[in-house]
Design a protein around this ligand. Sequence first.
Ligand code: FAD
Length: 328
Amino acid sequence: MRANGTLVVVGGGVCGLLHALAGRRGGWRVVQLERGSGPTGATPWAFGLIGVAGGVLGADPALLVRGRAAWRALASEVPGLGVRDDGVLAVATDDAGLARLEALEGADPEALVVGAIGVREANGALRGTIAGALHHPGDAVADPLRLLGGLRALLEADDGYAYVADSAVTFADGWHGEGSAHAEAADRVVLCTGRPPVADGVPELLVQGVVTAPWGERLATGVVHVADGVALVMVQRAGGELVVADATPRDATREEAPRGFLRAAAESLLGGPLPPVRRRWAAPLETPLAARAVVREELAPGIWRVGLGGLGGLTLAPLAAAETIGRL
Ligand SMILES: Cc1cc2nc3c(=O)[nH]c(=O)nc-3n(C[C@H](O)[C@H](O)[C@H](O)COP(=O)(O)OP(=O)(O)OC[C@H]3O[C@@H](n4cnc5c(N)ncnc54)[C@H](O)[C@@H]3O)c2cc1C
């Protein structure tokens, strides 16, 4: 490794920021280039679950457990990241659902199946009809914007780091874009420019979500509920807003359908009304390539591309960064 050489990291999402941090810790001067004024990709839209979450995040559970441990270590060192060790309840509304969750219990060494009383003890805001849950007390919930801001603040306090906004750069038979001069002068470049290319025929998920006005209560854990092929996620942002989203195989009928089902599903778990909805969004997402949720390739000597696929990419980002920097 050329300690004190210059590493250029392209992309200002969680992948880029954690590569920048790992690069600094590995002795590189780091210049980070972002095509927008701030991150424009998937990270700001992430639910913010860090962990294993009852199988919802899709990637190899053993990797997710390691990613969770890496975040825990980083969060205890940097409190400003706002990673809350709330835990996540993967809830079931009937016995068949609970049996499916029991089968996932072994994938997370800290997870425990609990009945309805255990659910209320972990999260008193869940007053709907819930048969039980797989409780992942070691999972964390983060507000992605706060996480990105905390990582940026940590890096900006370091003289060996520079962030260059509005600076797109692409690599195809040489460097192109506003950031080319930085990339050309670098000793190493890591491209963290968003979701990895996926093979033809990989099915798409449609992820749809709503963000409510701040809620007067605290949602003490993250919540996931998988039923009939639909994965519902409910988390609370630092300002009290609830994010309710679901991921389902992409299908035109559903895309055109009104999103009242998100409200109905959330209200049936809360056993009461959801606050007014302030924002709605929908995005297609290729399903993760399970164990290959981190895709890394060396495009040319010293030029790497790293992509975090699917719904577990946030959790896996610290592992991906450590591994890439170790290979430079
Ligand atoms: C709806 C949704 C919910 C999710 N929820 C979770 C979750 O709860 N837990 C979890 O573990 N994972 C989750 N994920 C996955 C996770 O969010 C992603 O894997 C992760 O955020 C990807 O980060 P990234 O930095 O690789 O990409 P991005 O966040 O997409 O960042 C890429 C950045 O690169 C910049 N860029 C692109 N091209 C260029 C260029 N040519 N030059 C300069 N800059 C460029 C973009 O502007 C962007 O800012 C979720 C994903 C989605 C879509």
